[in-house]
Design a binder for this molecule. Structure first.
Ligand code: HEM
Length: 229
């Protein structure tokens, strides 16, 4: 090799600290909300001989759901803010397919992920176009869970934040209907999480750019000729 001292790989700082924090806080909250929410919807028939006042487990499950819900909500607001002030990979522009190249890239990603017709790295270093659209759908699902969740909570709380959502329950046909919608939306998160984790591992393998570790340290490793956003 003639240029033995030149490294053909450079590292790019893709995910800033606020994006990484948002990601892991969000992941923890979604798991906590799905588990506690599932228990609220289908409570366990625990039988124990302890005095009733010492076995307040269902109250703790609900309390955990509400604490996680507030963290989830403000974390989500923080990510929306960062979509306007963060770096190019964090920008809201990655989530809305308004450019022709983004739609072309969706086709390319489908060839890799679904058809498995080709095994080649994506040109994009941040989110690929299909991932961006999918995350936009998850943001809509977050919004839906916050609207329905705080709508339900407004009947149980005097705090100003839940009270701002008091209009949701009458608009959506009552408490029972809203609980059903809120419950069904949980399954979107369960399916999303499974597909998301699978694809992260798959792209790590196909691209060889350190996709998995990038959400810990922020860096990806790319060929020199594609390190410009
Ligand atoms: C990823 C987000 C969330 C998931 C997966 C989720 C899941 C669930 C599920 C499955 C239930 C049980 C519904 C039923 O069958 O009756 C539930 C109940 C509930 N959730 Fe959520 N939830 C989420 C976010 C939120 C948020 C942001 C709030 C806002 C405060 C919230 C407030 C509530 C309330 C008030 C109930 C009813 C509790 C009760 O009546 O005892 N949830 N949730």
């Amino acid at each position: 090799m003639s240029s033995t001292n030149v490294c053909p790989i450079s590292r790019v700082y893709v995910w800033e600290l606020p994006v990484r924090l948002y990601h892991w806080v969000n992941a923890l909250c979604v798991v906590a909300l799905a588990v506690t929410g599932f228990l609220i919807g289908r409570p366990l028939a625990i039988q124990m001989s302890a005095e009733a006042s010492f076995s307040y487990w269902f109250g703790w499950v609900r309390f955990a759901h509400f604490v996680a819900a507030f963290i989830f909500f403000f974390n989500f607001l923080g990510r929306i803010y960062w979509g306007f002030v963060g770096n190019t990979y964090a920008s809201w522009r990655n989530f809305i397919p308004y450019r022709r190249e983004q739609l072309q890239e969706v086709g390319e990603v489908l060839k890799v992920d679904i058809l498995q017709a080709t095994v080649k790295p994506m040109e994009s270093i941040g989110h690929n176009a299909l991932a961006g659209i999918t995350y936009f759908l998850t943001f809509l699902a977050f919004l839906f869970q916050c609207l329905t969740g705080f709508g339900l909570y407004s009947a149980m709380s005097q705090a100003w934040l839940p009270k701002m959502f008091a209009w949701v329950v009458p608009m959506m046909g009552g408490d029972f209907a809203v609980r059903q919608w809120h419950h069904m939306a949980m399954w979107f998160f369960v399916v999303f999480a499974m597909v998301h984790v699978y694809l992260v591992f798959y792209h790590d393998y196909v691209e060889g750019r350190g996709v998995i570790s990038s959400m810990a340290g922020g860096w990806k490793f790319v060929e020199r000729d594609v390190d410009q956003p």
